[in-house]
Design a protein around this ligand. Structure first.
Ligand SMILES: NC(=O)c1ccc[n+]([C@@H]2O[C@H](COP(=O)([O-])OP(=O)(O)OC[C@H]3O[C@@H](n4cnc5c(N)ncnc54)[C@H](OP(=O)(O)O)[C@@H]3O)[C@@H](O)[C@H]2O)c1
Ligand SMILES: *[C@@H]1O[C@H](CO)[C@@H](O)[C@H](O)[C@H]1NC(C)=O
Ligand SMILES: *[C@@H]1O[C@H](CO)[C@@H](O)[C@H](O)[C@H]1NC(C)=O
Length: 295
């Protein structure tokens, strides 16, 4: 009896392992536009895509950093592969159109749009001041409206290629976080928009995938710096940040699988989301507790 149970368990594990595998070769020659790719997770995504044979356009504001990323893509991928950059500021909605047009011209079309950039904001309480309201406008423009504008301009090209839109969101886009009001709001809004758009695509029988990425704590330079500035050393030690490169690879996998949503690190993010469904007070309590352990 127990032998059968063990055999079935091993079968399930092997199944999961096989199922979790993904065929990198499907990305060969794919045309990819990545926003916020001068640092952090976006930068690491560029190197993975390059190594898998994709053609890439990276965008962010800092031209010098983008040049360095393009040079490193060439090292990671084919020396004569196509790796380019466009410097642009996503607080300006007019540039979302030029970025998409330039990228499509450079690549001769578009298969994958990775929406990943965010504006940096400190962890501070909301008190309804004029300053707070001004920052809110800025965050919603960059983290939310620019994503919608970029996706809208790219949609006809992605429809043509039966491609994918990858939306990098956060655990903070599923569970409200203290001291991150504007950021959390912008990520919740992405869920609302893109989950609705996905429905319309299905109704239209339009073969494009939209993957919403629910990301936990990743040790990018900026995220560690912001938490340290806010005196959240406890949170850093408690949650143990995952590597930006691993996060980038998991996001790429989610896109290839055309998953509806992906979670990374899975066991940091998914259990607490399930908890939220049935025990929201407990979920909130845990979140508050983590953020209020500062000395
Ligand atoms: N790190 C984490 O712990 C974590 C957790 C959950 C979710 N995420 C999500 O993962 C994604 C990447 O996060 P990350 O930590 O890798 O971020 P990051 O290192 O701070 O990178 C942000 C990127 O956005 C660009 N950017 C900032 N403002 C911009 C603007 N106005 N216009 C155009 N580009 C702009 C930055 O480049 P320039 O300064 O050169 O413009 C940079 O390339 C984000 O969507 C984030 O919400 C991260
Ligand atoms: C918000 O806090 C600042 C100081 O931190 C204070 O000057 C201001 O009056 C507060 N605003 C509101 C609306 O409470
Ligand atoms: C809100 O405004 C106050 C004072 O104006 C500031 O100290 C605080 O950092 C702001 N917080 C956010 C989340 O914008």
């Amino acid at each position: 009896m127990w032998k059968k149970v063990v055999a079935v368990l091993i079968g399930i594990l092997v199944g999961i392992w096989l199922f979790d595998d993904f065929d990198q070769s499907t990305l060969k020659g794919k045309r990819v536009l990545i926003t916020g790719a001068s640092t952090g997770i976006g930068e690491q995504m560029a190197y993975h895509y390059a190594q898998m044979g994709a053609k890439i356009v990276v965008t962010a504001r800092r031209e010098q950093r983008l040049k360095e990323v393009v040079a490193k893509c060439r090292e990671a991928g084919d020396a004569d592969g196509q790796y380019e950059y466009i410097a642009a500021d996503m607080s300006d909605m007019a540039s979302t159109l030029t970025v998409v047009q330039d990228a499509v011209n450079k690549l001769g079309g578009l298969d994958i749009l990775v929406l990943n950039h965010i504006t940096l904001i400190p962890l501070t309480p909301w008190n309804g001041s004029r300053e707070n309201l001004t920052l809110l406008d800025n965050v919603i423009n960059i983290n939310f409206r620019a994503y919608i504008h970029l996706a809208s301009h790219a949609l006809p090209h992605i429809e043509k290629s039966h491609g994918s839109i990858i939306v990098v969101s956060s655990y903070a886009g599923k569970v409200g976080q203290p001291f991150l009001t504007e950021y959390s709001a912008s990520k919740f809004a992405l869920d609302g928009f893109f989950s609705s758009l996905r429905q319309e695509m299905k109704i239209k029988n339009c073969d494009i995938s939209i993957t919403l990425c629910i990301i936990g704590f990743i040790g990018t330079e900026n995220s560690i710096h912001q938490l340290e500035e806010a005196g959240q050393q406890f949170l850093i030690d408690f949650l143990k940040p995952a590597s930006p490169s691993d996060a980038a690879l998991a996001i790429i996998k989610g896109g290839v699988k055309r998953a509806r949503e992906m979670y990374f690190p899975y066991f940091q993010v998914k259990p607490i989301l399930l908890l939220k469904e049935w025990f929201p007070e407990l979920c909130d309590f845990i979140n508050r507790w983590v953020y209020t352990q500062m000395p």
